[in-house]
Every structure is written in structure tokens, then in C-alpha cells.
Design a binder for this molecule. Structure first.
Ligand SMILES: NC(=O)c1ccc[n+]([C@@H]2O[C@H](COP(=O)([O-])OP(=O)(O)OC[C@H]3O[C@@H](n4cnc5c(N)ncnc54)[C@H](O)[C@@H]3O)[C@@H](O)[C@H]2O)c1
Ligand SMILES: O=P(O)(O)OC[C@H]1O[C@H](O[C@H]2[C@H](O)[C@@H](O)[C@@H](O)O[C@@H]2CO)[C@H](O)[C@@H](O)[C@@H]1O
Ligand SMILES: [Mn+2]
Length: 442
């Protein structure tokens, strides 16, 4: 019998929370809970999600002893075993700026890649560090799973701040979402697949995919993608035009670079000009999310709250929520299951720097993540990763040193920009847009 846990969801007002609640219901045997508490710094935004969640939980999780929501950190973080962090500093309104400003200068405008990723990263660090300090002051041993983006930059900053804290884990759902599509092509369950993978967050490759019996499925997957194309399977994104286009591009990446199976985010770095041409100001991904996922989630909440029941609403557990929950369960109960997570390199990939925050498979144990050795990676991937890593490190340096020069170096290094005058023009616009969020760069 697994012991019951107390969970705080930081960023309770997120568009992902309802899916996580449904996933907690579906996973209650794997990850039984005594208490769920939401924390957010936006009372109103959180309240809508919380009131609907309260009804869902009453109907579907009678074993849960307590559900509360608050904007008070002490109340939220006291007596917690596990914290999920999913905040968005500046909200979707600032995401729109991150995505629009680069497009105005003719380059990729994306939430986590390129200039948009830098802008979002420099906003996220201050809040993330403060939140972790506060969680630690009330619950010193809680497992903290962070998936706040841009996870690569946030993970690097957290590693600088809390290096000795082995109970902080940064994690992304993109590898499992991609594996979900592989599994569907193979008519298998995603949890039957065993990946070999290396890279940085939103910048990696599957080198092999096996089944639990050790059969190598890699060539079958590659051939299927080449013959049938690649489509998203997760219900959340299967009907989303933007995600369908992104998955489609994975086939082209495989034609051009057939050695490994790419993370879909590599499209922004390998075909930046093509992607930039397709972007439209006024129809950024942020705008699509505001008119799509955010609107849908808020409407679902209103329906549940008005009807005082969730019985008629079609919300299900999702791969995003289940991944975070099962990863947490593996840490808490020492299940030693393998998940792709973000950890300090320290020789895992032997020919890139030790202080890189790499995304690799690891066994999740009660002593923290125990990553598997990757070894030496070929020159092409090493070159790409070192370039991206230098960009990421320079962003975090720029933040801590208040350095305009390092921010400019970061943007100039980024494969989505390259041209220094463009980098400078974008940086100057981002500085204006991020006043009050970024440190003052000198
Ligand atoms: N790593 C991954 O693979 C992955 C996957 C999905 C979502 N995400 C991330 O999850 C986060 C939430 O995404 P979303 O689209 O639902 O955004 P959202 O804006 O809908 O939700 C974020 C919530 O965080 C709250 N918030 C902002 N700053 C806060 C702070 N300092 N303290 C407490 N709460 C704060 C906001 O009020 C909001 O309710 C983002 O960072 C997103 O990038 C990451
Ligand atoms: O543009 P968005 O807000 O729709 O997505 C941004 C996030 O994209 C990835 O997450 C996917 C996830 O992979 C998929 O399983 C499903 O849950 O949808 C998510 C997006 O809606 C990415 O890994 C995240 O880091 C991004 O935040
Ligand atoms: Mn991600």
C-alpha cells in the first residue's frame, strides 16, 4: 500500500491544471493523495480553475481529505510532500510579445526557442528562485518538479542557485508526447517503449527506441514516419493545426538527417528562415492559445461551476499530467522507473561540458534521478548542442550580471538569429517590452 502524499500545484490557474486534476484522478492508485492545494499569485485566475477542480474532485476523488486554494505561500507550502511548478511570469500577454517582436525583425518568434525563449527565461528566473526558496522554508524535504518554461534556462538558473538540493527536478513533456505518437504508429502503449535519448531541453534526439523485451523498434519507426508522415496523437494536440505542422516537419528532419529521431523543437533551429516566413503577427502561437486552449478551459470551468457537476464535461487525463505524476511517484516510492529528465551533465555526455543541463533518460529513485551514461556524441550533435548551450549559459549570465553585452552575445549565437544587428534590434525591443520583469541590463 503506497503512503498518501500532500501535493501543491504552483500556478493553480494554469490552462494545464484541469488536465492534471483528471490525471491525478486516473493515477490515484499509483500516486494516492491526502491533500491537494493550489497556489497562484493571481487570485481570480486561480479561483475559476479551483472551483471547477473542487467539483471534479468531490465527484471523482472521495478519498482525498483536503482540497484548498490560496494566494498565501505559507498556507500553500506548509506540510507538502510534492510540488508541481507551472507558472508563466507575465502571462500569455507577455508570451504574445515574445513571439511578435522577433517576427517583426524577420526571425522565428517562439515561446522557448530563440529570442522569445530568452525573453521568457529572463522573466521566469526571479519568480522561480523566490518560489523554491519559499517552498523550502516551509517544506524542506518536498520533491519539487518544475516544468515552467523555458525549462533549459530555468534549469540552469536553479542549478546555480540550489546545486546541493537533490530534490529539485526539471522535466518536459515533449519527449513523451513524441513517444506517444511512435507508440500509436506501432499500435502499442506509450509505456511499453524504452527510449535512448540525449540533448538539451527542446533540443534533443532519440537514438534508439526499444520495447520492454529489448527489441529495437527504431528502424520500424523511422520507416513508418518516412512512409506515412508523423502526426501528433495526444488528444490535447491531435487536432491543433500548428502542432500538426510541427509534427509533419519531423519527417523532413528525418529525410535530411536520418541518423536519429529528432525532437520536434529542432525545426526552429534547422529551418529557421522557413519557419520565420510562415509566422504572422496577430496570429502568434500565444494568440492561438488565448483563443483556443485558454478559452476552452475557462468555458469548461464555467459550465462545471454553473451546473455544480462535471458529469457532462469531456475532460480526460492527458499524457502531460500522467508523465509528471508517474515521475513524482517514481521518486517518492523509489520505483526506479526510467523517465527523460533534465539533469546536470557531469560526464553523462562525455564530450560536452560538465555543467550543461542535459535532457537524458534517468532512473528516478528516492535518492533523486540516476541518469544513464550516454558517452560520446557525434560531431554534428556536439556542434549544435555546444552552440545552443553557449546561448543558454549566456542568457543566465546576462540575467545575473545585468549584462547587455552577454544578452547580445546570446542572441547573436542563437541559430534562429545569427545576424548581430538583428540581434541588437530585437534585444532593444525586448528590453522595452520587459520593463519591470527583467533586471536592468547595462
Ligand atoms: N516543460 C514542459 O514540457 C511544459 C509543458 C506544458 C506547460 N509548460 C509550462 O507550464 C506553465 C503554464 O503554462 P500555461 O500555458 O498554462 O500558462 P498560464 O498563464 O495559463 O498559467 C500559469 C499560471 O501561473 C500563474 N503565475 C504566474 N506567475 C506566478 C508566480 N510567481 N507565482 C504563482 N503563480 C504564478 C499565473 O497567474 C497563471 O495562473 C508555462 O511555464 C508553460 O511553459 C511546460
Ligand atoms: O504552444 P502550446 O502552449 O500549445 O504548447 C507549448 C508546450 O508544448 C509542449 O508541450 C505539449 C505537450 O508536448 C503535449 O503532450 C500536449 O500536452 O500539449 C503540450 C502543448 O500544448 C512543450 O513540451 C512545452 O514545453 C510547451 O510549453
Ligand atoms: Mn517542454
Amino acid at each position: 500500500m503506497r503512503s498518501k502524499q500532500n501535493l501543491v500545484i504552483v500556478g493553480g490557474g494554469s490552462t494545464y491544471t484541469l488536465g492534471i486534476i483528471m490525471s491525478l484522478v486516473a493515477e490515484k492508485a499509483n500516486f494516492p493523495l491526502r491533500k491537494i492545494v493550489f497556489y497562484d499569485n493571481d487570485k481570480q485566475r486561480q479561483e475559476k480553475i479551483a472551483k471547477a477542480s473542487e467539483i471534479i474532485l468531490k465527484e471523482n476523488y472521495p478519498e482525498l481529505e483536503t482540497f484548498t486554494y490560496t494566494t498565501n505561500k505559507q498556507e500553500a507550502f506548509t506540510d507538502i510532500d510534492v510540488a508541481f511548478i507551472q507558472i508563466r511570469t507575465g502571462g500569455l500577454r507577455m508570451r504574445e510579445q515574445d513571439e511578435e517582436i522577433p517576427v517583426r525583425h524577420g526571425v522565428v518568434g517562439q515561446e522557448t526557442c530563440g529570442a522569445g525563449g530568452m525573453a521568457y527565461g529572463m522573466r521566469s528566473i526571479t519568480d522561480m528562485v523566490a518560489l523554491i526558496q519559499d517552498i523550502r522554508s516551509y517544506s524542506k524535504d518536498a520533491w519539487i518538479l518544475n516544468y515552467t518554461n523555458p525549462a533549459a534556462i530555468v534549469a540552469d538558473a536553479l542549478n546555480r542557485e540550489f546545486k546541493a538540493d537533490e530534490r529539485i527536478l526539471n522535466i518536459c513533456d515533449m519527449p513523451i508526447a513524441i513517444m506517444h505518437s511512435y507508440a500509436s504508429m506501432l499500435h502499442k502503449d506509450v509505456w511499453e517503449l524504452v527510449p535512448e535519448y540525449f540533448g538539451l531541453n527542446h533540443f534533443g534526439w532519440f537514438t534508439r527506441i526499444y520495447d520492454k523485451e529489448g527489441n529495437d523498434l527504431t528502424d520500424t519507426i523511422k520507416n513508418k514516419i518516412l512512409e506515412e508522415g508523423f502526426i501528433p496523437k495526444d488528444k490535447e494536440i491531435a487536432h491543433d493545426e500548428s502542432w500538426k505542422q510541427t509534427f509533419k516537419q519531423a519527417r523532413q528532419m528525418l529525410i535530411d538527417f536520418p541518423e536519429y529521431l529528432p525532437n520536434t523543437y529542432l525545426q526552429y533551429y534547422l529551418y529557421p528562415d522557413d519557419l520565420a516566413k510562415k509566422e504572422e503577427i496577430g496570429n502568434t502561437r500565444a494568440r492561438q492559445v488565448i483563443n483556443g486552449r485558454e478559452k476552452r478551459v475557462h468555458e469548461q470551468c464555467d459550465q462545471i461551476i454553473n451546473a455544480k457537476t462535471a458529469a457532462m464535461i469531456d475532460i480526460e487525463s492527458d499524457i502531460h499530467g500522467v508523465y509528471m505524476i508517474r515521475a513524482a511517484a517514481s521518486l517518492v516510492y523509489h520505483l526506479q522507473e526510467t523517465y527523460i529528465v533534465i539533469v546536470e551533465n557531469n560526464g553523462i555526455i562525455s564530450n560536452i561540458p560538465n555543467d550543461a543541463m542535459v535532457e537524458v533518460p534517468a532512473s528516478l529513485t528516492k535518492h533523486g534521478p540516476k541518469p544513464y551514461v550516454v558517452g560520446e556524441i557525434p560531431r554534428f550533435y556536439k556542434g549544435l548542442i555546444e552552440n545552443q548551450l553557449a546561448y543558454e549559459k549566456l542568457v543566465v549570465d546576462a540575467f545575473y550580471e545585468n549584462s547587455y553585452t552577454k544578452a547580445l552575445q546570446a542572441l547573436t549565437l542563437n541559430r534562429t538569429i545569427v545576424h548581430a544587428p538583428t540581434a541588437k534590434a530585437i534585444l532593444n525591443d525586448l528590453i522595452k517590452a520587459n520593463q519591470g520583469y527583467w533586471p536592468a541590463l547595462k
